[in-house]
Design a protein around this ligand. Structure first.
Ligand SMILES: NC(=O)c1ccc[n+]([C@@H]2O[C@H](COP(=O)([O-])OP(=O)(O)OC[C@H]3O[C@@H](n4cnc5c(N)ncnc54)[C@H](O)[C@@H]3O)[C@@H](O)[C@H]2O)c1
Length: 325
């Protein structure tokens, strides 16, 4: 019986993906090549389920069920005999992913999807040497995977579009918000947009137009607060294409179109200022508290998720009422 989601790699992302999978009612097995990771993986994954429970985002019954459905193994080959899907979440290294995909491709029947959580590599390259590249797709969960709804399903040059659509629909059923990315390009979909935002944010600081603090403030207090319900393309239609095109004609010539990382970033790197991990980057981290920021981020996402769940319920009720009338 092929009824299990096998998550290979039990690091930061793997445990979150496993929590999401088990909460969706799937028998879920976590594997890692490092013994110490396997030891803690179930507890870490369950802690994420309990965070959702404590915040009223799932029921006690769902959390208990996830606890029963979630397990760890040190025998990947054994676990594969029940694999419905395999989700790879190992270290971001092309050769490591290629050799894992080659092993999985040998061990699994051709209809079992092999999915990669890669954030930067092309699934076409990861699956280049396997016999059945049509069953290879990227499913890029965003961090923290148990909280952020987005999953980008990326179709490689040789991937099956039918399988991609099936995987996307199943991830939606899991409660995620999956999007189909029809070509395998660097940055997938959302990271292309994020990198464009970062490029302009750095450029604004570099040209002295505003301080780093004010750039972050402007994004958080302006477009950022609207984005959960008001995407950029909805914005274009809301203001009108004619107005938007005229704003673009005025603004675009003056904003950054660089094709590489900005000198400001390269200079900081050269000075050993790599950001939080070295204590200094664009900001002085002795003056900022990463743990507090992480807490605030999760609290805000949880708050937004509650609101989104409530809105979904209202919309569902409205649809039922409309059907009854
Ligand atoms: N961290 C993020 O914010 C983030 C977000 C989205 C996607 N990703 C992607 O997800 C993947 C995993 O990232 P992470 O942050 O969880 O990394 P991580 O370093 O926290 O975890 C990777 C795990 O893979 C294990 N591993 C390495 N090689 C293995 C192998 N051959 N077989 C089994 N296990 C193996 C390691 O022991 C480790 O526990 C990467 O491709 C990364 O780019 C990361």
């Amino acid at each position: 019986m092929r009824d299990s989601i096998i998550v290979v790699g039990s690091g930061l992302m793997g445990v979150g993906i496993a929590a999401v999978s088990a909460l969706a009612g799937n028998r879920t097995v976590l594997f890692d090549s490092a013994e110490e990771k396997i030891k803690n993986a179930k507890a870490v994954s369950l802690a994420q389920c309990f965070e959702l429970l404590d915040n009223g985002l799932i029921t006690e019954e769902a959390a208990k069920r996830a606890e029963e459905l979630l397990s760890v193994t040190s025998d990947m080959e054994g676990a594969l005999s029940r694999a419905k899907w395999v989700i790879e979440a190992i270290t971001e290294n092309l050769e490591a992913k290629r050799s894992l995909f080659a092993a999985l491709d040998r061990l699994l029947p051709a209809e079992v999807p092999i999915l990669s959580n890669t954030s930067g590599l092309r699934i076409t390259d990861i699956s280049a040497k396997i016999k059945h590249p049509e069953r290879a797709l990227t499913t890029h969960f965003w961090f923290p995977a148990h909280l952020v709804p987005l999953v980008e399903v990326v179709v490689g040059d040789k991937s099956s579009m039918d399988m991609a659509v099936t995987v996307k629909e199943e991830l939606d059923r899991w409660g995620k918000t999956a999007v189909l990315v029809k070509r395998d390009l660097p940055g997938q979909l959302a990271n292309r947009i994020l990198q464009a935002v970062i490029r302009e944010a750095v450029s604004i600081v570099e040209m002295g137009l505003a301080s780093a603090e004010d750039v972050d403030k402007a994004v958080k207090a302006g477009m950022g607060i609207r984005f959960p319900v008001w995407g950029p393309l909805e914005h274009v239609d809301a203001v009108g294409l004619d107005l938007c095109a005229s704003v673009q004609d005025t603004v675009l010539p003056g904003i950054s179109a660089r094709a590489d990382a900005a000198p400001l970033m390269r200079d900081l790197i050269e000075d050993g200022k790599l950001g939080y991990k070295t204590g200094q980057g664009i900001y002085d981290w002795s003056m900022k508290d990463m743990k507090a920021l992480e807490r605030a981020r999760n609290e805000f996402i949880i708050h937004a998720l509650k609101k989104i769940h409530a809105l979904k319920k209202i919309h569902a009720l409205e649809k039922i009422k409309q059907r009854e009338n």
